[in-house]
Design a protein around this ligand. Sequence first.
Ligand SMILES: [Zn+2]
Length: 198
Amino acid sequence: MLDILARHGIAAHFFVLGKHLGSDEGRHLVERARDEGHLIGNHSFTHAVPLGEDARPDAVEEEIAATDALLSPLVPPPKRFRPFGGGGRLGPHLLNQRAVDHLIAHGYSCVLWNSVPGDWLDPEGWPEKALADCVTRPHTLLVLHDIPNACLQGLDGFLHKARALGLRFTTACPPDCVPIVDGRVMGDLGGLVATGSH
Ligand SMILES: [Zn+2]
């Protein structure tokens, strides 16, 4: 992915898992992405149970803070967190109130998305869905995955077609995809936080 993005001169956000930062290979990939102009954020440690459904009282420490402890020595601020939610659904399963409080207290931006073309479900067909999303709204925040059998095989073709359609790439995010900016709540979190959580 880094090779392809470099060839196209495109910078992206990479949201990484803490569990991959324990190895030299994982750290080196993050350092390379950082050095090539990509923005790096926190995507939890284990990516196991969405925070809004995680019953562990210390889930925030185990998922967000533990990842940050490994990530913050590697990448410059500001801190970014992207919650995960199983298939890209937005909803109250994404966050709990303790996570929101933690993100605010530590000055995070919380980055969501508005397009999940399902690269991991359809490694060949996702570019068409992604392009359809990109041409129907002014600013698409597209989620792709650098896991095996996901976006990689379609990425180069997607970028060529996007350019041919006149689309432009930016690391700026649509405001409605970033409900917390540098620790300040900017959007409505109501639909994103599990009720009854603390
Ligand atoms: Zn994820």
